[in-house]
Design a protein around this ligand. Structure first.
Ligand code: ADP
Length: 159
């Protein structure tokens, strides 16, 4: 049985993340989507709300769980009995950072491997920060995030 974790900030989750989740869930037995509780970043949404968005989006996927973690990703993987870390690759700009991250994680834990899923083309330029930026200037984000996420972004930004 293959258990994988899909770690990230998910601040907030986008259709790009969801695309990776759907596809990763088809090739793993158990997929744990894990919201990183990173004290050095100032997120727009609390960890609880980020998890709630992800839970709502994945409620029809029986082998997907949503949780949060802090600390080293490989320590969390060990704790969950996961041997795979899933990451998404959008464009070459992601590559250098992701390569460094995966090599570091391999050094820290040789029993955990990172797999990369390339994003579907329509989401290749989508990121949580782009969504927040577009929303801030009152642009249409309905093609980037589910309606409940859009509603909360607008509430928080007072739009
Ligand atoms: P982090 O802060 O760890 O990069 P993110 O929430 O931004 O967290 O991203 C989590 C993972 O999802 C990363 O592997 C990132 O490359 C991937 N990802 C983000 N946006 C997309 C997208 N539009 N399509 C595919 N993968 C994505």
């Amino acid at each position: 049985m293959t258990t994988a974790i899909y770690p990230g900030s998910f601040d907030p989750m986008t259709f790009g993340h969801l695309d990776i989740i759907k596809r990763a869930s088809l090739i793993t037995d158990r997929l744990i989507v894990s919201v990183l509780n990173n004290s050095s970043k100032t997120p727009l949404f609390s960890v609880e709300e980020r998890m709630a968005f992800l839970r709502q989006a994945t409620q029809d996927m029986p082998n997907v769980e949503v949780t949060s973690f802090s600390g080293l990703t490989v320590d969390f993987a060990h704790m969950m009995g996961a041997t795979v870390i899933v990451r998404g690759l959008r464009a070459v700009t992601d590559f250098e950072y992701e390569l460094m991250l995966s090599q570091t994680n391999r050094k820290l834990a040789s029993d955990v491997d990172t797999i990369f899923l390339t994003t579907s083309l329509q989401y290749a330029y989508l990121s949580s920060s782009v969504v927040k930026e577009v929303a801030l200037y009152n642009g249409d984000i309905s093609e980037f995030v589910p309606p409940y996420v859009e509603k909360r972004i607008r509430e928080i930004m007072n739009l």
